[in-house]
Ligand binder design. Structure first.
Ligand code: NAP
Length: 273
């Protein structure tokens, strides 16, 4: 048990200036949006995903978005990339071993697999569970001993936990497991003043959803944009979330030193109806 309470500091996101955040799944969608927001508040980051080309493109986009902690001539050390499969704990450990310090971790790695009970066998289902539960668990195991008092782990779950659709039972089970993991680890790590939270996202406009609603159309195409607009039209606020709106909730959870064990919903009221 730590002798001191969690440090008191401002809960505003600028407290993340100069801190190092590991973004597991940071090369696309919500994770990439978090990288762009973190850059704007002067954080350092390590972006982890599997595909090296997408990682390099994401790092370039983040560096170009704002001057980093190294100033306008930021040599790049403020945005590192590491290629690893987050479901492979040893690969993740090797990827993060050389990183000097880690203050916060955001895990957005995940894959959407949907299908009816009769068609999704255990093999297919384990992809869903591995990419959510085990990615979060592995990231926690690899980083917890290195996080400081006041540091945090943040995961992402989804509205399917509260409002499943036919064909989403396994996806919902994986997301629900992440929420249960959040509460369990929050209790376990609180004595070391490490906080654990989850953002529960509703439908969000990312390459993942563009590919799903656009039925495989190029995510940047007009057809995918129209499919996203149609999917959002029936929601209470008339559109899906932007990835930065979900990512901003993750920054709130990192920055606020008195939040732990929380599941923060950012869904535009999609589960109200
Ligand atoms: N978009 C939504 O509407 C929505 C709603 C609720 C919840 N969520 C959840 O939020 C998370 C992020 O979604 P998103 O829409 O931002 O997805 P996305 O645009 O597809 O981004 C997913 C990111 O995770 C990485 N990734 C996937 N599997 C990985 C693995 N095994 N190891 C390391 N990196 C991995 C991907 O890069 P690589 O493929 O190169 O590894 C990519 O950087 C997902 O878990 C999703 O289920 C999304």
């Amino acid at each position: 048990m730590s002798g001191s309470p969690v440090p008191v500091r401002t809960p505003l996101p600028h407290v993340l200036e100069g801190r190092t955040v590991v973004l597991v799944g940071g090369s696309s969608g919500i994770g990439l949006a978090a990288g762009l927001l973190l850059r704007a508040v002067g954080a350092r980051m390590v972006v982890v995903a599997r595909d090296e080309a997408r990682l390099a493109a994401a790092a370039a986009a983040i560096r170009a978005a704002a001057p980093g902690p190294g100033g306008p001539g930021d040599p790049g050390a403020a945005v590192l990339t590491r290629a690893a499969d987050a479901c492979d704990e040893e690969a993740l450990r090797r990827a993060l071993d050389p990183v000097d310090s880690i203050d916060h971790v955001l895990v957005t790695a995940g894959t959407l697999v949907m299908g009816p009970l009769a068609e999704l066998d255990r093999g297919a289902g384990s992809v869903v569970v591995d990419s959510r539960l085990w990615a979060a668990y592995s990231a926690a195991r690899v980083t917890e001993s290195r996080l400081p008092a006041g540091g945090s782990l943040t995961f992402v779950s989804g509205d399917f936990v509260r409002r499943p659709l036919p064909g989403t039972a396994l996806a919902a089970a994986g997301l629900g497991a992440v929420e249960a993991l959040t509460r369990g680890l929050a209790v376990e790590l609180a004595p070391r003043r490490i906080r654990v939270n989850t953002v529960r996202a509703g439908g969000t406009d990312t390459p993942l959803t563009r590919s799903f609603f656009g039925r495989g159309a190029d995510p940047d195409s007009g057809a995918a944009a129209a499919a996203i607009a149609a999917a959002g039209a029936a929601t209470p606020l008339g559109r899906l979330a932007g990835p930065q709106e979900v990512a901003a909730a993750a920054l709130f959870l990192m920055a606020n030193p008195y939040v732990t064990g929380s599941v923060l919903t950012v869904d535009g009221g999609q589960t109200l109806g």
